[in-house]
Design a protein around this ligand. Structure first.
Ligand SMILES: Cc1cc2nc3c(=O)[nH]c(=O)nc-3n(C[C@H](O)[C@H](O)[C@H](O)COP(=O)(O)OP(=O)(O)OC[C@H]3O[C@@H](n4cnc5c(N)ncnc54)[C@H](O)[C@@H]3O)c2cc1C
Ligand SMILES: *[C@@H]1O[C@H](CO)[C@@H](O)[C@H](O)[C@H]1NC(C)=O
Ligand SMILES: *[C@@H]1O[C@H](CO)[C@@H](O)[C@H](O)[C@H]1NC(C)=O
Length: 349
């Protein structure tokens, strides 16, 4: 068994580290940012660390292309894993609940979806199409299904704790390139493989960010609700249980590097969500705003990069980045693929 370094302690690095550790390897995580209480993550200096700023919920994306099919399979794999962890370790920060979807102008992928197909072929447990009397004004298609949400920093801290108790080591360090890691001195010995889970990372010209502004409110919400508006904008809630409030979102703005939240956007998000799901206001009839959030989804032209690259001297990098807005949803599918690439012959590419 060999010494593997995972570069990155976002949801992808942490899941991959645990998965590879389960194969019997010695694993060290090297990262600039590690999970911490969400109250203390710095909105400016840690804006490039995406995992604290994600929702994070699991949603159905009805697959219509081979890459969407692959992602759907990864989301099912993650769903099963989340359920197993949740039943074993309720402190992990995972909650199962209903996912409600509302669409104003459904594409064929939605309008052609039958309950039979969703339940049997797409394996969406608890799937039900919503009759028109259950839809908010302006919505023409809706469904609900069983899904999960995590409180991101509770969940990521759980992954890190689990990794440590199983013998994993960590090094808090910023590097300029993953290749630098092969030259560092580790107690666990020389490094054979680096897993590049650096999120927004460096240098890949296909990478871009998708800015997301959301608002964290103290109000509780019993379901995760997503509405796709006809103008292309999104209105959603993601409960952050374990006393984390609820995320009300959110924008998707490719290549917008503005790190400051806009008050006007906050007001629009809250107003649109109230029109969609008035129950959110609770008995007090108002929102209690905790903070505005800006995050940068690590997005990649052509989709995620999940492949092995051989370097000289029997060294390898396994790339696992570019998860965009789906890092949590697909995390365990990605981790499985990382383990598969690691087990594969190092001369395969
Ligand atoms: C508003 C918003 C809502 C979202 N909602 C959801 C959702 O509902 N469901 C979902 O699945 N996803 C959601 N996402 C997306 C999700 O948060 C990301 O896909 C995920 O967090 C990406 O994780 P990652 O591990 O790839 O990257 P990151 O979390 O960014 O982690 C990268 C790691 O690499 C380290 N690193 C980077 N560069 C260096 C370096 N040079 N040296 C050392 N370390 C380095 C960092 O310190 C960090 O530890 C959302 C994102 C946003 C912004
Ligand atoms: C975030 O990443 C960008 C692009 O690499 C960089 O220019 C910026 O300095 C980083 N911000 C912080 C706060 O590290
Ligand atoms: C590692 O991943 C980052 C994305 O996070 C990418 O920009 C970079 O090119 C990768 N490193 C190498 C050596 O390929």
């Amino acid at each position: 068994m060999s010494h593997i370094v995972v570069l990155g302690a976002g949801v992808i690095g942490l899941s991959s580290a645990l998965r590879v550790q389960a194969e019997g390897h010695t694993v060290t995580i090297v990262a600039r940012d590690f999970p911490t209480g969400s109250e203390t993550v710095d909105a400016q200096s840690q804006i490039n660390y995406t995992s604290p700023w994600g929702g994070a919920h699991n949603r159905l994306v009805p697959p219509t292309t081979p890459s969407e099919e692959r992602e759907h399979a990864m989301s099912l794999r993650t769903f099963d894993h989340m359920r197993a962890v949740q039943s074993r370790q309720p402190e992990a920060g995972i909650t199962f609940m209903k996912g409600i979807e509302y669409v104003e102008a459904p594409s064929e992928a939605y309008s052609a979806l039958t309950e039979d197909k969703a339940l049997k072929q797409l394996r969406m447990e608890g799937f039900r199409l919503l009759p028109s009397e259950e839809l908010p004004q302006g919505v023409t298609w809706g469904c609900e299904y069983d899904t999960w949400c995590v409180n991101p920093m509770v969940y990521c801290s759980y992954l890190l704790r689990r990794f440590a108790i199983l013998g994993g080591k960590v090094l808090k360090r910023e590097v300029r390139d993953p290749r630098e890691i092969f030259h560092l001195n580790f107690e666990a010995g020389p490094v054979d493989t680096v897993i590049n889970a650096s999120g927004n990372g460096f240098g890949d010209e296909n990478m871009f960010i998708t800015r997301g502004q959301t608002c964290l409110v103290a109000n509780a919400c019993p379901a995760t609700v997503t509405r796709q508006n006809a103008d292309g904008s999104w209105t959603f809630s993601v409960p952050r249980n374990f006393d984390g409030g609820t995320i009300i979102g959110g924008t998707k703005e490719p290549n917008n590097w503005d790190s400051k939240p806009s008050l006007e956007v906050r007001e629009t998000l809250l107003r649109k969500f109230t029109a969609t799901y008035p129950q959110i206001l609770g008995s007090e009839g108002k929102f209690t705003v905790m903070k505005d959030i800006v995050g940068r989804r690590p997005t990649r032209k052509g989709g995620m990069r999940l492949e092995a690259e051989n370097l000289d001297g029997n060294k390898r990098i396994i790339h696992a980045y570019g998860l965009g807005g789906r890092g949590y949803e697909l995390s365990w599918g990605v981790a499985d693929e990382v383990a598969r690439l690691l087990a594969g012959p190092s001369s395969s590419i």
